[in-house]
Design a protein around this ligand. Sequence first.
Ligand code: URP
Ligand code: ZN
Ligand code: ZN
Ligand code: ZN
Length: 504
Amino acid sequence: SSSKILIKGGTVVNSHHQEVADVYVEDGLIIAVQPNIKVGDDVIVLDATGKYVMPGGIDPHTHLDMEFMGTQTIDDFFSGQAAALAGGTTMHIDFVIPVDGSLTAGLKLYKQKAQKSCMDYGFHMAITKWDEVVSKEMDLMVKEEGINSFKFFMLYKGSFMINDELLIEGFKKCKSLGALPMVHAENGDAVFEGQKRMIELGITGPEGHALSRPPLLEGEATARAIRLARFVNTPLYVVHVMSIDAMEEVAKARKSGQRVIGEPVVSGLILNDSVLWDPDFSIASKHVPLVICFIFVPSNYQYVMSPPIRAAGHAKALQGALSSGVLQLVGTDHCTFSSTQKAFGIDDFRKIPNGVNGLEERMHLVWDTMVESGQISASDYVRITSTECAKIFNIYPRKGAILPGSDADIIILNPNASFTISAKLHQYRTDTNVYEGVTGKGKVEVTIAGGKIVWKNGELKAFPGSGKYVEMPPFSYVFDGIEKADSNYLSSLQAPVKRSRSST
Ligand code: URP
Ligand code: ZN
Ligand code: ZN
Ligand code: ZN
């Protein structure tokens, strides 16, 4: 039956080790990893000779079916996940957005949205306001609902933004629960000021979005969040590190022994801001009738995300930081809108729904950019695309490893085949792709999720309802260490506590 699979003769890559071996899968689990496994003829055999057999990707940062900036992301839990599977990602962690500030109502809504899932998923919880009710709901999320991370937005003034007082309260609460605080680090007040300034100058297109919020403001907020986390003495996860300025703050803190995790996203590793200055922009920015705008949406609108795509030079520096270990894992911040939705901001960049694609492309682009280029090894690739995420969110080695007992989430990557990215080929509902026309080396030929072959020879077999919710337990033992260190502030600044759990 289809529940028994043998992957023969590939190079099995884990974050700590690689070897030529067979992998035997049964009923959703990896049963054995060793050379020359013999099986009966009821087993599907996949030949992986000359190819890499690796843990499926885990994307730590996505937004599927999210209500945002007056509209709804176009990819939901089915279309987004189906695309992910086609690109070798077998799990993602999505951000639950509270409903009117209520975490419970937000989670209820997201559980409904996720019912059509075709791959495993977990949740982070966003915190968009602060009071006693929210504080109590955080207990519930950690103790009952399998959520061990909370994202605080230091911007989106008027909606998600949280001030320093609330950030400190939130950090303290996370610490007491053994949960990991995450920050979107841009100075919201300064961004607001920058936006007004651009509009006053008559700069209303997508380049105004980037000009209104320079790396300076990302660096400032990153530094502030890191210092407040140190003041509270809690670990901190900085999402979508997009600039040298922010990356250097993470580097400095880590060097001093602070437990700070930095997550670059694929767009920040690959793109530069030349995409925001579109040659056809000048025509569209004139007040042409709305109907025409919808037909000729300038292509630069699709690249608007926050923090913005930076000037050339930042991407290369972020790649370097990833290869040297200053940054630890790669996300996407996948958050897609159609070109019609992007055109909501046709005469004011502040109304362009923020976000770009990446869930389907992440594994290919990271392989091509980091491994094919010689910057990192295959084992490092597994670490930054899968294992590190599983360890950080406390689900290793169930996820993020090819070991007996781990979930059978596996990809077979052919290093000699090439991939091409195009809106004509992708599985998303979006009509654009920010990597349109990009080609590279290293193709995910097979994806196995939950022990089933879901992607092979360009054919996708994704079934709504087959994905499972993955509960993520709190970090009790890490926090034991912190409580001890608390008695001596200086000792808490020693080398980061290793998060990896032994596999037994
Ligand atoms: O532009 C972005 N990043 N959209 C998604 C929301 C967020 O801030 O992560
Ligand atoms: Zn081994
Ligand atoms: Zn964000
Ligand atoms: Zn995001």
